[in-house]
Design a protein around this ligand. Structure first.
Ligand SMILES: [Zn+2]
Length: 94
């Protein structure tokens, strides 16, 4: 796990293809959190709750959420750690 150099070359786009939807992310067991682009606050992401409210086909890739820190106006990207990766992947749209 994680030792395969092939995956070090994978871009966000590759990882997106491996788990495009919130249901895929849950099934694959990847750790997902959100990080504010302005203040760096890291926030928990409840995939189960998102799937329940938005549906299994909902995509987090390319989306942002408002930062939860008091007085911060920043937006947070979702970040995941795929099971085969040694690095966190910012879930931007490519
Ligand atoms: Zn913030």
């Amino acid at each position: 796990m994680g030792g395969n150099p092939r995956y070090r070359k994978w871009t966000a786009s590759n990882w997106r293809g491996a788990a495009p939807t919130v249901a895929d992310l849950r099934r694959s067991g990847w750790r997902v959190y959100a990080m504010c682009q302005h203040c760096g606050l890291q926030m928990k992401v409840d995939l189960e709750r998102i799937e329940r409210s938005k549906g299994a086909g909902y995509e987090l890739w390319g989306r942002t959420v408002d930062c939860k820190r008091l007085h911060c106006w920043g937006k947070a990207n979702f970040v995941c750690r795929p099971d085969r990766s040694e690095e966190d992947v910012v879930m931007v749209r490519i």
